[in-house]
Each structure stands twice: as structure tokens, then as C-alpha cells.
Design a protein around this ligand. Structure first.
Ligand code: SMO
Length: 709
């Protein structure tokens, strides 16, 4: 239990959510049971790009328990989902709720059975007769995002350079895999002709706005609730065709309906992440001064565009050249649709791509110049006096002590000793490597809302426009209020994720909940304090509601140092030590921060070493379950030593930066660098993630030793 006392910002408060969540008492979307609910199951394409020759639903309609069967024709007049316009978009792929005439990819929904039980629906699926005729993929017009950032005289800098290094990085396509798959429960109220939709979403308010627009109805007829959400990782940031269908079906049938995705359905039709191909070149002087960067990013998209589908390509470009002082850049980014499952944001969303590319370039520069990788970074990282720093891509890095962070981590892990140990093991014939990575993490721009009510009895009711996906928002928010208003934690109630009880807001994504959402709550509390001092004594409950906009973007940053050893006989790579330092500005709760870092680290290991969604040449997904898709298990995740530095951001009230994505950004870059450092003496230059034992074994066995260290 949380102690009843006041909890200051910075205190390692236990999560108030866990009394419920850890005992299995959470209430997720699937746990909501409106009376007489009908169940939706989707008939999905078993084929890649195909023409629908026939979709015969007559037999299914006759099956027991079946109330209705819908096809693409029934929903063809619905609107489309808005895509965030952060890159130029050419072309249009629409927003198919149920396929009509053709399907673009395996897993696309073609028909929907609505039945009195899931099992009745599944039985009836067998009676939906779908005849598909495969089509050539390249017959289809797609859409493309593109962008470019250019500054300085890049060609001249490359001509003047003493060294030019080049790397190519392939990121695997990943399945975000939250514990709770997607789900929608929609309760229909016949008296008001309105619905309440429980969605497993990160963005309840946006979902409501988009639902109303797509269905062409008044927003007032839809209430969206994000109840307990069992993880999301960006995969639940966008509204899905299935969500739209469920709400449409409730209105159409005047009944309550429910859809709960199976894990297999999530593999096939929830948004995938990463998958980008990145190429870069770095020009430098012989004494290790970075001169210019060229980079091109190719990010994949699927057959429809989720809200933030441009974000990975955008972040992967705009974040370059990371925290290094380089004023000449030529960066292009492109994302093209293809006949595959949609690609969206996934924890990191372009940040891992930018940072991996830059950190691999820096390590190659270290190798070619003979300068130690840490030393080379220290020579080029921005100095404290450089902030705020205008980047060559047009953004402003707000604050930081980049060199100090790297130096401190090196001291903590005794970098020189790790290096000596690696060299000793190499001399012994072992394949050992040491990897360093620096990273920056943009997190927190734009606005969020808050409403705080101080009641006469001293209790406080807080409502945020943000939401929670199981990551401790209620605890952090209560701490902020406890600190600001000097009220004990057990007198503070927190509302979130409900469009009826919370002010219009953004949600939980982009590592922004604390920096922006928390600052909004701070401001509301401060306004209450001001009113108390102005017109005390107040007789009534005092409510302050506001929309807070950060004055600029907050940029977290940090470093990872990882040592690895690769078994030459099996190719198995072991992470023998791992440490990180993160500067996320003001820390509200160090336990929540460490949880975020560990979780991100585990997912970073997944990307670097284990996870990959694979399609065969015909577009069939080969990795549609956890038997084929290697999510990290506990024994894949070694201990991580976590260190912290606190440089408050000047750009928001709390001075907070984000940390939600830190591990997924820093860890893969460091692991990749460590692996390439281990393999460098064997002459192995480029390996695509994930660095599986098979891939490493093959690389080792086909390598020709060059006898260098
Ligand atoms: S990938 Mo995050 O949920 O913005």
C-alpha cells in the first residue's frame, strides 16, 4: 500500500495501479460486458494482393447464432482516417474497413460476422465463401511520404575530408506485441441513439473525433473510454478499421457489439514497426573532427496509412546527426506503401533508426581514424555552452550535458578496464566486443489538457487529457499533485482515458505524458494555489481546467555501454555487461523511470538480436505466432546498470523530458556496435539486425581473419 503521506516529486513511490493490475483485477476492454452483446469475427484474406472474385455470405447467414454478415459494400460510403501531415504525401491508398473488389495483403478483413457468441461467429466464418484470384503486386498504385533536410556545403566538406566512412543499416520489421491485443467493446444506448466505445487505445479523444468524422455523425453520440490498457507501444496510437467497423455495426444493428483480436490477428493486422533501410556517410578529418553527413532513409508502409504513419521516416531523418556538432548535412527520407500489413509507430518511432545510423557511422569513423570510440564522441558531442542548439535539420536541442554523461558512464563502468578485458579475451582467441552508443530522444512538444478540482474536504480530483497504457500514469500524476498542492496521496483521485469525464486531450504517446501532460497538471495546481492565496477562504470546490502548450520540444539523451562475447561454435551472442545513463530532466518517480528503461532495453534487445517479421516471396507472413516470432524472454535480458543525470528542460513547467523510448533507442545501437566490434578482427563488416545466432555463426564461418584488433 502507498503510505498516506505526501509524496514529493522524485520519490520512489510504489505504483498505485499495481494493487489492481498485479492481482488480475484490471478491467480491460474485453472485460466490459454490456447486456446482450453481439460478437464480431472477421473473415480475413488468406492471400496477398488479389481480386475478390466472389464473397458469398448466404450460407453464413443461415448458421446458428448469426445475426448479420457484412462485406465491403456495406461500409463503402464511410470516410477515411486522417494522416498526420508531417511529411509530403503523394498518392492515396484509402482506408479500407472491409475489402471490396480487391485485397492488398494477407490478413486484410473481407467480411465480418456478427453473432451471439464468438464460437458461433467462428463456425459461420467457415461458411463465408471467398474466392480470390491473385494479382500482380506492382499493378497497384500506392502512396509515398518524402522529405529532405539540407544544410551547408556537403560536397565541399566531403572533398576536404581525410576519411569518409559509410554504413548501411537494415532494421527488422517488428511486431510491437503488447500483452493485451487490440479490442473494442461498444455499448449501444437505444434511448439516446448513442454509443460508449471501450477501446484499447492510446488516444481516446482522437479516436472519438475520427470515429465521428468517418461515420459522419455528431461527436456527442460517441463516448470513448480507454479502460485499463495492457501495453500499446505505439501500436494502439491509431484508430483501426476494426474499431470503426465495431462502432458502425453497433449503430447499424442498434445492438452492443464486441471484437477482441486474437494474437494471430494482431500479427496480421495490427501495425508493424521499423523495417527501414538506412544508408549514411560521415566525413571527418584525420584528428577526428566530423565535417558532414549524408543519409538516405527508406521506411516501409503497408496497404493503409495509420495516423502517425509518416512519423518513423520523419524522425529517422530530422534527428540526424544526433547530438554531434555537424553543420553540413544532406538527409533524405522516403516511405512507400506496399502490399503488406500497415506499418506505424512503435516505441522509438524513427529515433532508433536515426541513432543506430549515426552511432554505427561514429564507430566506423573511430576504426578508420584509430581514435577510441569514446574519445571520438567526446571530441564531437555538443558542449553544455552550446545549448539551446539549432540543429542543421531545423530543430532546437533544449539542454543537456552530453559529454559529462558519457564521461560519467565511462567512470561508472570503468571503460578502460572493459577495454582491457576485451583485448585480453581477444588475445585468448575469444570473439569479444565492446559497444558504446550515444542517443538523443525528442519527446514532448505540443499541448495537453488538465483539470484539477480541490474539494473542501481536502480531496483532489485530477483529470488528464492523456491516458495510460499500464505505465503508471496515475501514480506519477498523483505525485505531481501531492507535491504541488501539499496533499496526501490517498486524497488524490486520477481520471484519464474517458472522453466523458476528462478534458479533450492528446493521449499517451511519443514519451510526452509527463513532460507535457504533467506540466499541464502542474499549471492547474499552481492556478489553484494562486486563487487560494488571492481570495481565501474558499467556500466551494476550486476547479482549474486548462490546455498547456510546451514552449518547445524537450530532448532526452543518454549513453549505453555494452560488452558482448560470441560463441564461435554456436554463434550465440551473450551480453556480458550493460549499463546506461539517461538524462530525462526532472524525475517524478525513479521507479517508473527505471521500469521504462528496463522495458525499452528488453525491446531493444528484441530488435537487435531476436525479433523479425518475415514474409515469403508471395507475401505470406511466416511469423504469425510467438512460436515463429522470437520475443525476448526473461533469460534473454541481462541485468542493466542504470545511472541518471538530471538537466531540467527549460521548455516545460516540470522541466521533464521523456524516457519511454530511451531503451529502444540506445540499446540496439550499442549492441550492434559491440557485435561489430567483436567481429571486426574477423573482417565482418555489415550484418543486419536481428543478430541471431544463425546469422552470427554464418558470418564467423565465412569470415577471413584479418588479424587486426
Ligand atoms: S511509438 Mo509511441 O506510442 O509514440
Amino acid at each position: 500500500m502507498n503510505p498516506p503521506g505526501n509524496s514529493r516529486i522524485g520519490h520512489a513511490e510504489l505504483r498505485r495501479e499495481d494493487q489492481t493490475l498485479l492481482r488480475g483485477d484490471g478491467r480491460y476492454t474485453a472485460d466490459v460486458h454490456p447486456e446482450n452483446t453481439l460478437h464480431i469475427v472477421f473473415a480475413r484474406s488468406t492471400m496477398p494482393r488479389s481480386r475478390i472474385v466472389e464473397c458469398d455470405i448466404e450460407g453464413a447467414l443461415d448458421m446458428p447464432g448469426v445475426v448479420a454478415v457484412f462485406t465491403g459494400q456495406d461500409v463503402q460510403d464511410l470516410g477515411t482516417l486522417a494522416v498526420a501531415p508531417i511529411l509530403d504525401l503523394n498518392g492515396d491508398v484509402g482506408f479500407p474497413i472491409l475489402a471490396r473488389e480487391s485485397v492488398a495483403a494477407v490478413g486484410q478483413a473481407i467480411a465480418a460476422v456478427v453473432a451471439t457468441s464468438v464460437n458461433c461467429g467462428l463456425d459461420a466464418l467457415d461458411a463465408v465463401l471467398i474466392d480470390l484470384e491473385e494479382e500482380q503486386e506492382h499493378d497497384v498504385e500506392g502512396a509515398e511520404f518524402s522529405g529532405a533536410w539540407r544544410a551547408g556545403d556537403v560536397d565541399a566538406r566531403f572533398q576536404d575530408a581525410d576519411h569518409i566512412v559509410e554504413v548501411a543499416i537494415q532494421h527488422p520489421r517488428l511486431a510491437p506485441s503488447p500483452m493485451e491485443p487490440r479490442a473494442a467493446t461498444v455499448e449501444f444506448d437505444s434511448e439516446t441513439n448513442a454509443v460508449t466505445a471501450w477501446l484499447s487505445t492510446q488516444t481516446p479523444h482522437r479516436a472519438r473525433t475520427e470515429l465521428a468524422k468517418i461515420l459522419g455523425i455528431d461527436k456527442e453520440r460517441i463516448r470513448v473510454i480507454a479502460p485499463d490498457v495492457g501495453g500499446a507501444f505505439g501500436m494502439k496510437a491509431s484508430l483501426y478499421p476494426e474499431d470503426v467497423f465495431a462502432v458502425w455495426a453497433a449503430f447499424n444493428l442498434q445492438r452492443s457489439v464486441k471484437w477482441v483480436a486474437t494474437r494471430n490477428e494482431d500479427f496480421l493486422s495490427a501495425t508493424h514497426g521499423r523495417g527501414a533501410s538506412c544508408q549514411g556517410q560521415l566525413a571527418l578529418t584525420s584528428d577526428g573532427r566530423f565535417l558532414a553527413v549524408r543519409a538516405s532513409i527508406e521506411a516501409p508502409l503497408g496497404y493503409w496509412l495509420p495516423t502517425s504513419s509518416a512519423v518513423p521516416a520523419w524522425n529517422a531523418g530530422r534527428i540526424l546527426p544526433s547530438g554531434y556538432r555537424i553543420d553540413s548535412i544532406d538527409v533524405t527520407t522516403r516511405a512507400q506503401t506496399q502490399d503488406r500489413t500497415a506499418v506505424g509507430i512503435y516505441r522509438g518511432a524513427g529515433r532508433p533508426e536515426a541513432n543506430c545510423l549515426m552511432e554505427r557511422l561514429v564507430d566506423e569513423a573511430a576504426a578508420i581514424s584509430g581514435i577510441d570510440p569514446v574519445d571520438l564522441r567526446l571530441r564531437n558531442l555538443l558542449q553544455e555552452k552550446d545549448f539551446p542548439y539549432a540543429t542543421p535539420t531545423g530543430y532546437t536541442l533544449d539542454s543537456g550535458r552530453y559529454c559529462e554523461a558519457l564521461q560519467e558512464l565511462c567512470e561508472k563502468v570503468d571503460y578502460q578496464a572493459l577495454k582491457a578485458e576485451r583485448d585480453r579475451r581477444r588475445a585468448n582467441g575469444d570473439i569479444a566486443g565492446l559497444g558504446v552508443a550515444f542517443y538523443i530522444e525528442p519527446c514532448g512538444t505540443g499541448w495537453e489538457s488538465a483539470r484539477v478540482t480541490l474539494n473542501q474536504d481536502g480531496t483532489v480530483l485530477v483529470a488528464t487529457g492523456g491516458s495510460s497504457q499500464g505505465h503508471g500514469r496515475e501514480t506519477a500524476i498523483a505525485q505531481i499533485v501531492s507535491d504541488r498542492l501539499d496533499v496526501p496521496l490517498n486524497k488524490i483521485d486520477v481520471l484519464h482515458g474517458d472522453t466523458a469525464t476528462c478534458p479533450e486531450g492528446i493521449g499517451a504517446l511519443a514519451s510526452r505524458s509527463t513532460a507535457i501532460g504533467g506540466s499541464a497538471i502542474c499549471r492547474a495546481c499552481d492556478n489553484i494555489l494562486r486563487r487560494l492565496s488571492d481570495d481565501a477562504p474558499a467556500e466551494e470546490p476550486i476547479t482549474e481546467e486548462l490546455v498547456y502548450e510546451a514552449s518547445g520540444e524537450a530532448w532526452g539523451y543518454g549513453c549505453y555501454i555494452v560488452s558482448v562475447a560470441i560463441d564461435a561454435d554456436t554463434g550465440v551472442m551473450a551480453i556480458e555487461s550493460a549499463a546506461c545513463i539517461d538524462d530525462i530532466g526532472t524525475i517524478i518517480n525513479p521507479l517508473l523511470v527505471e521500469g521504462q528503461i528496463m522495458g525499452g532495453f528488453a525491446q531493444g534487445i528484441g530488435e537487435a538480436m531476436l525479433e523479425e517479421l518475415k514474409y515469403d516471396e508471395y507475401g505470406q507472413l511466416l511469423t504469425g505466432s510467438f512460436t515463429d516470432y522470437a520475443l525476448p524472454r526473461v533469460d534473454d535480458v541481462p541485468p542493466l546498470s542504470i545511472y541518471k543525470l538530471m538537466t531540467p528542460s527549460p521548455n516545460n513547467t516540470l522541466g521533464a523530458k521523456g524516457v519511454g523510448e530511451a531503451g529502444t533507442i540506445g540499446a540496439p545501437a550499442a549492441i550492434l556496435n559491440a557485435a561489430m566490434d567483436a567481429l571486426r578482427p574477423l573482417g565482418v563488416r555489415d550484418l543486419a539486425m536481428p543478430l541471431t545466432s544463425e546469422k552470427l555463426w554464418r558470418a564467423i564461418n565465412s569470415a577471413s581473419p584479418r588479424n587486426e584488433t
